[in-house]
Design a protein around this ligand. Sequence first.
Ligand code: CO
Length: 313
Amino acid sequence: MPLLSRRGLLCALPPAAAALACGRGSAPVVSAPSTVREIRQIVPALATRDGAGVSLSRSLGSQALPLLDPFLLLDEIRSERPEDYVRGFPDHPHRGFETVTYMLDGFMEHRDSVGNRGRLSAGSAQWMTAGRGIVHSEMPEQDRGLLWGLQLWVNLPARLKMTKPRYQDILPGRIPELSVAGAAVRVVAGQIGGERGPVEGIYTAPTMLDVTLAAGDTFEHELPARHNAFAYVLEGAVGLGAAASPVRQRELAVLGPGASVRAASAGGARLLLLAAEPIGEPVARRGPFVMNTEAELDQAVADYRAGRLVAGG
Ligand code: CO
């Protein structure tokens, strides 16, 4: 979504800080098969503005949590007031990572500079690998009522940062909806039992689940031990880990090591569960560009200004 104005969070993280931010280097990775991941940190989303003046809630990508390797940013837009979102995110570039848009209500009109165009409706997802560069616009739309959507940024390793751009536009009907011990789970990416989410061929092998818990439900899901994981609460309150420590709406919980995630809710809740394999490379970020070094960021800015971002590579 963002324009060059995302400077606030665009520090180049030195590797040591990145390692701290993603929790590596502290706890041992060894875990018994039965261990449940516990909460390592709770990050409340902060109200901010981005794009051409869109009000949003930012959790990941804030000062409290700049990075959870390979995840770079999580924004939630949720408003019934058009003035909060209609100015949208006009033409802006991306290079070096992936943007994931997940719509829960309303629409996101998407156009890019090489003619790709789509309208994401409620329940649909777009996993866009920006690679060497795209210039696009993302405009939230709603006839009436609620506009509700999320954008997640996922990093690419050095060897794929200049790859050809790729879109995976996923209609709502392609996302499996399962009932797991009472919980309603949409599998956007990853796998539950024999059901696999439609997102394919992503380097970090992500899991992205949209989990709705009725009052009294408990959901447990195994994740690869080496994956970093977090939960973001969309509605209600959820207890995470063996101790069922509470996490509330618009809070992100970073999960520590372990074999599985356990989420329980006394009064009902909806949460996003994300996990992926960390990349473990230096992260240099500036606005809509995420590379490995400052020199590569300078090159991205120069390419964009010269109109070479899309053609370049
Ligand atoms: Co964008």
